[in-house]
Design a protein around this ligand. Structure first.
Ligand code: NDP
Ligand code: DXP
Ligand code: MN
Length: 380
C-alpha cells in the first residue's frame, strides 16, 4: 500500500487526488490538511481515515475535534499542525495542494523528513526554488510535478538526456479574455474572470490564468524543475488546452504530451510514476478536434507574463515580490475591492519599489512577502 499525505485536501487538486485514491484503491491516506472547510474535511476523514487532520484556523480545528471524537484521528492546527501533517512518519509522498506561499514551510519540512513531493503548489517553487531543488538533491527525494504543463514536460523527458533539451514550449490557453485589449478589460467582473474556457480549478489560479500570471509562474516553475534558463522557456498559446506542453530537443525534434483537460491524469502520474495506470474519462478524438491552433502571447494587453519574465530573470527576492503582490491583488479583486487591471498594476508597482536580495533564506523570502503586502496596503 502506498502511503500519502494531502495538504489542501478540500480544494480542486486535493479533491481530485482523493478521487484518484478512491479509483485506484491501493493508496492509504495518512494525513489531510485544509484551511477552514471543516464540513468537507470531516467527510474526507470519515471516508479515508487519516491518522492526522490539520485545520489551519484554530477555532475551526476545535470544532472539528469535537465532531470527530469518535475516530482515532489527531486534529491539529496552524503552521505547526500543517508541518505535523507534512512529516507524518509513515507517508512516502506528500501532495502539496495548498494555494499560495503558505506551502513553503511544510514542503521543506516534508523533504527534510525524506518524503517525495507531488508538487501542485507552484508558488513554493517560484519563490523558494533555489532552496527546494538543492534540498531535493541533498535528501534524495523526488519532486514529482502535478501542474499539467510540468507533468507534460516531465512525460516528454522520460528516457531522454536532459542535456539535449533545446527549449521548453509551455502551452497556455490564453484564458477567458484571449484577444481582448486593455480597454475591453477595464470593467470585467469577477464572474467573467472566473469563467476559464477549459479547466475547472480553484478561484486564485483561475484568476491567474485570466491575467497570464499563471503562465508567468509556470515559466519560473519550469526553470527550477527542469534546470533551464528563463529564455529557454517559450510560451505558446494553444486555446483548447489539448497539448499540455512540448519539449524541443537539440536535433529539432519536438515531443508533445496531449490529453483531455483532466487534472486526474497528472495527479495519478505523479503518484504512481513511472507506472501508467488505467484512468477512466474522456479520450481525445482527433477526428472531431480537426485543428489545433497556435498563437503568440500578447504581452502588451497581458503584462503579467512580461513581468514574470523580468522577475524570473532577476531572481533573488523578485519572484517572491511578483508572487506576493499577485496573491494580495487577486484576493482584493475577488473581494471586489479593486478593478481587474489593478492586479497587474499592483504587481508592477511592488516590483519597481523593491531592492532585490540574492539567494534569500526562507525568513528573507517571508520578509519580502510581508514588504510586498505592506507596499500594496499603503498605496491601494
Ligand atoms: N486546480 C488546478 O487544476 C491546479 C492547481 N494548481 C496549483 O495547486 C495549488 C492548489 O490549487 P487549487 O486546488 O486550485 O486551490 P483551491 O483554492 O481549490 O484549494 C486550496 C486548498 O488549500 C487549502 N488551504 C488554503 N489555505 C490553507 C492553509 N493556511 N492551511 C492549510 N490549507 C490551506 C484550502 O482549504 P479550504 O478549502 O479549507 O480553504 C484548499 O484545500 C495552487 O498552488 C495552484 O496554483 C496547479 C495546477 C492546476
Ligand atoms: C490545469 C493547469 O495546469 C492550469 O495551470 C492550467 O494550465 C491553466 O490554464 P492556462 O493555460 O489558461 O493558464
Ligand atoms: Mn498549469
Amino acid at each position: 500500500m502506498k502511503k500519502i499525505a494531502i495538504l489542501g485536501s478540500t480544494g480542486s487538486i486535493g479533491t481530485q487526488t482523493l478521487e484518484v485514491v478512491e479509483n485506484q484503491g491501493d493508496i492509504e491516506v495518512t494525513a489531510l490538511a485544509a484551511g477552514s472547510n471543516i464540513r468537507l474535511l470531516e467527510e474526507q476523514i470519515r471516508k479515508f481515515r487519516p491518522k492526522i487532520a490539520c485545520v489551519f484556523e484554530e477555532e475551526k480545528a476545535k470544532e472539528l475535534k469535537r465532531s470527530v471524537r469518535d475516530l482515532p484521528v489527531r486534529v491539529v492546527s496552524g503552521m505547526e499542525g500543517l508541518i505535523e501533517a507534512a512529516v507524518e512518519e509513515t507517508s512516502e509522498i506528500v501532495v502539496t495542494a495548498v494555494v499560495g506561499m503558505i506551502g513553503i514551510r511544510p514542503t521543506i519540512a516534508a523533504m527534510e523528513a525524506g518524503k517525495d513531493i507531488a508538487l501542485a503548489n507552484k508558488e513554493t517553487l517560484v519563490t523558494a526554488g533555489h532552496i527546494i531543488m538543492p534540498l531535493a538533491k541533498k535528501m534524495g527525494v523526488r519532486i514529482l510535478p502535478v501542474d499539467s504543463e510540468h507533468s507534460a514536460i516531465f512525460q516528454c523527458l522520460n528516457g531522454e538526456n536532459k542535456g539535449s533539451v533545446h527549449k521548453i514550449l509551455l502551452t497556455a490557453s490564453g484564458g477567458p479574455f484571449r484577444g481582448k485589449t486593455r480597454e475591453e478589460l477595464k470593467n470585467v467582473k469577477v464572474e467573467d474572470a472566473l469563467n476559464h474556457p477549459n479547466w475547472a480549478m480553484g478561484r486564485k489560479i483561475t484568476i491567474d490564468s485570466s491575467t497570464m500570471v499563471n503562465k508567468g509562474l509556470e515559466v519560473m516553475e519550469a526553470k527550477w524543475l527542469f534546470d533551464v534558463q528563463m529564455d529557454q522557456v517559450q510560451v505558446v498559446i494553444q486555446p483548447k488546452s489539448i497539448i499540455h506542453s512540448m519539449v524541443e530537443f537539440e536535433d529539432g525534434a519536438v515531443m508533445a504530451q496531449m490529453g483531455t483537460p483532466d487534472m486526474k491524469l497528472p495527479i495519478q502520474y505523479a503518484l504512481y510514476y513511472p507506472e501508467r495506470r488505467y484512468l477512466k474519462g474522456d479520450r481525445l478524438d482527433f477526428w472531431s478536434i480537426g485543428q489545433i491552433n497556435f498563437e503568440k502571447p500578447d504581452l502588451v494587453n497581458f503584462p503579467g507574463l512580461k513581468l514574470a519574465y523580468e522577475a524570473g530573470c532577476a531572481g533573488g527576492t523578485l519572484p517572491t515580490v511578483f508572487n506576493a503582490a499577485n496573491e494580495k491583488a487577486v484576493a482584493k479583486f475577488l473581494n471586489r475591492e479593486i478593478t481587474y487591471l489593478t492586479i497587474t498594476d499592483m504587481i508592477e508597482g511592488a516590483m519597481n519599489g523593491h531592492t532585490v536580495k540574492e539567494n534569500p533564506t526562507v525568513e528573507e523570502i517571508l520578509e519580502a512577502e510581508a514588504a510586498a503586502y505592506e507596499y500594496i496596503e499603503s498605496r491601494w
